[in-house]
Design a protein around this ligand. Structure first.
Ligand code: TXA
Ligand code: MG
Length: 331
């Protein structure tokens, strides 16, 4: 066990990051906020430090980490980038998107789990950017124990990692609430490996001159291209199921917790007490923001099991359903 220092940030641009920066430079771990979810960071160029991430999270060894940089100009220092994609990458960064590129030699195989490609992300969050600027490239998965929902606030990070890391930076809630969209740019055509805040519809537009994007749906039997996608994820301990909106009415005032939208509660579940609102159907980003907090709430609630409202798989709902399907899949 180590003593975990929680560093509360009031001013995103001016509060000192000297302590977490020193922790990273000395080869230790810092949990930090990004605009998607909180990350558990180590200096990407230090293989020893990177190994600690896998130990602390209990992360499978074949699951590579994303490298966070402070600016677009740094990408060429760590990865090869095709000239034809420069304009699009410029348009999408900084932001909630990760590009898989061929790696350069200064990215150790500890980061990429032996792959010759590396996931690169330039987060828009000022703290993540400032930290990468002062410490260097930061390898970071989400700051949860392996298999648990990703943390979208410092409280959730503390639940999972208190006593296991030197520093947790608390800068409030993550804006998007689900992990970055991952696009593989090493193929002939851009390939979405993980849907996220930037939707497939948006990427089809942005990559139109390249014929749009393909979506990679991992099949159970093969080794997935994004190794992380094969694992059960985001899952509470208690049993959970996805249920069609209309069928939720059958569960009113039973011992099953119903996670649903505000609209569903108003339209068909009025008077039910066993309800937890996960956001507004008309504003899907509110559902993404609350998603992992809601999944974490299931185990804290007095109910023995939970059901979650099913959504149509388009736009941001496609990314939300991607996470929910993983959360309900069998152990
Ligand atoms: O929003 C995010 O991406 C957050 C914040 C902290 O940046 N990070 C995050 O990391 O979600 P993690 O480790 O929970 O998910 C990383 C995903 C995994 O599914 C992994 O397999 C995939 O990225 N990945 C990383 N490097 C890859 C590579 N070279 N090729 C294919 N997939 C890769
Ligand atoms: Mg994760």
């Amino acid at each position: 066990m180590v003593e975990t220092k929680v560093l509360k940030i009031k001013d995103l641009y001016n509060d000192s990051l000297e302590y977490p920066c020193e922790v990273l430079k000395s080869g230790n771990l810092v949990a930090f906020p990004t605009e998607t979810v909180y990350g558990l960071g180590a200096l990407a160029t230090n293989p020893e430090a990177v190994r600690k991430i896998f130990e602390v999270k209990g992360r499978p060894q074949d699951n590579p980490l994303i490298v966070h940089l402070s600016s677009i100009d740094q990408i060429k220092d760590f990865a090869f980038m095709e000239e034809r994609y420069m304009k699009v990458i410029n348009k999408l960064t900084p932001g909630p998107i990760t590009f898989v590129l061929k790696k350069k030699d200064n990215i150790p195989y500890e980061v990429t789990a032996g792959l010759d490609t590396v996931g690169i992300r330039i987060p828009a969050h000022p703290i993540a950017q400032r930290l990468a600027r002062c410490a260097g490239p930061i390898a970071a998965p989400s700051a949860n124990l392996s298999g648990r929902p990703s943390p979208t606030d410092a409280k959730s990070v503390i639940e999972d990692l208190n006593g296991l890391v030197d520093c947790i930076i608390d800068a409030g809630e993550s804006a998007f609430g689900i992990e970055s969209t991952i696009v593989d740019l090493t193929k002939d055509k851009p390939l979405i490996l993980r849907p996220g805040p930037i939707t497939i519809e948006e990427l089809n537009d942005i990559f139109a001159e390249f014929g749009g994007v393909d979506y990679y749906e991992p099949k159970k039997e093969e080794r997935p291209i994004a190794p992380g996608m094969k694992y059960r994820h985001y899952a509470p301990e208690k049993p959970i199921r996805l249920v069609n909106r209309e069928e939720l009415a059958n569960l009113v005032n039973t011992n099953v917790l119903i996670l649903c939208t505000l609209e569903t509660q108003k339209d068909i579940l009025q008077g039910a007490e066993n309800i937890y609102i996960i956001g507004e159907y008309s504003r899907p980003y509110t559902i993404a923001q609350n998603l992992y907090r809601s999944l974490r709430y299931i185990d804290k609630s007095p109910y023995l099991e939970a059901v979650i409202e099913k959504f149509p798989e388009e736009g941001l709902f496609f990314s939300i359903m991607n996470r929910l399907k993983k959360a309900v899949s069998k152990k």
